[in-house]
Design a binder for this molecule. Structure first.
Ligand SMILES: Cc1ncc(COP(=O)(O)O)c(C=O)c1O
Length: 294
């Protein structure tokens, strides 16, 4: 028989359950709702929001050590929580029976070939113009009825002068909301331009790599959003750069419950997205070099 031509195009799926929420923490809540009775291994270098959400659920966790270059030895607990630091991906086979991939720096959430039991999620407002949005992909079914139909109020506060207000609303919110319509449409545009965006970011990333004289981290992200560096006098540098109209984020401030880790005091990130060009990157690199020359 000849191959059939005609009919509607069938839906093509990756065989995973897919969900969308307003933020990384909402996605984490949706995931933990199903896995709350398991024992988790969390990395000792992590975003403080993660600890807050785990504590909100009263979940049992232990910390495992991540090296300064983000390598680690896989611990042996029910669920291993792995952060893809700055978009660096771990294509390896950890021992834990269940993996959660925190891919907040990645535009797409793609399951590695292994492991079999896996959930990945991202946070789109951190790495794109979207005000809100987080995608979850999962090998197990989650309780989608927990995601409210409407979007969160914080999705209307991303303008520079309103940003703090948006963060406050998000920090106080415990419910899981949907992505806003405006972010959903912005996501289509973001994906449409993804390859151009990736190219611009890679050029900015490479420029910093060439010009910066300070300690760099050996990461090769698939889709760079930030260029992290390790520096002494990090807070003084940050303050001085503010006087030059340069505002660099710190990923992350230490949660009081997190174990000590040298990265908390020394790391600072330079954004490399397409708002900036290679001349902006040269300027930032030269200023940072100058700060340490004196
Ligand atoms: C590694 C990591 N995981 C989870 C989150 C939570 O994401 P969101 O701020 O979108 O809730 C963040 C950011 O706060 C993060 O940096």
């Amino acid at each position: 028989m000849n191959f059939k031509i005609g009919g509607e195009i069938p839906l093509q799926q990756d065989g995973l359950y897919s969900y969308i929420t307003d933020s990384g923490r909402s996605s984490l809540r949706l995931i933990l709702h199903t896995l709350k009775d398991k024992k988790f291994a969390l990395p000792d270098f992590l975003c403080p929001v993660i600890i807050d959400v785990f504590d909100e659920f009263g979940i049992d966790y232990e910390f495992y050590h991540v090296e300064k270059n983000f390598d680690f030895i896989s611990p042996d607990l029910d669920v291993l929580y792995i952060i893809d630091y700055f978009g660096r991906q771990h294509w390896f086979h950890p021992k834990a029976p269940f993996i959660i991939s925190d891919m907040v720096f990645s535009p797409q959430v793609i399951k590695p070939h292994k492991p079999e039991d896996w959930i990945g999620f991202n946070s789109l407002r951190k790495i794109s113009p979207l005000t809100d949005g987080s995608i979850i992909k999962s090998t197990i079914q989650l309780d989608a009825s927990l995601v409210r139909k409407e979007c969160s109020l914080f999705a209307f506060h991303k303008k520079y002068d309103e940003w703090e207000n948006g963060e406050r609303i998000l920090n106080e919110q415990k419910r899981i909301y949907n992505i806003s319509d405006h972010s959903l449409f912005a996501l289509f545009d973001f994906y449409y331009n993804l390859e151009n965006e990736r190219r611009d970011r890679q050029n900015n990333f490479n420029t910093l790599k060439t010009f910066l004289n300070v300690r760099q981290l050996e990461i090769k992200p698939e889709f760079p959003s930030f260029f992290p560096i390790l520096v002494d006098k990090r807070d003084e540098l940050r303050e001085w750069l503010r006087t030059q109209n340069i505002f660099l984020p710190v990923h992350w401030p230490k949660h009081p419950k997190a174990p000590d880790h040298p990265l908390y005091d020394t790391i600072i990130s330079i954004p490399v997205d397409s708002r900036y060009n290679i001349f902006d990157m040269e300027r930032v690199a030269n200023l940072i070099n100058r700060f340490y020359d004196v």
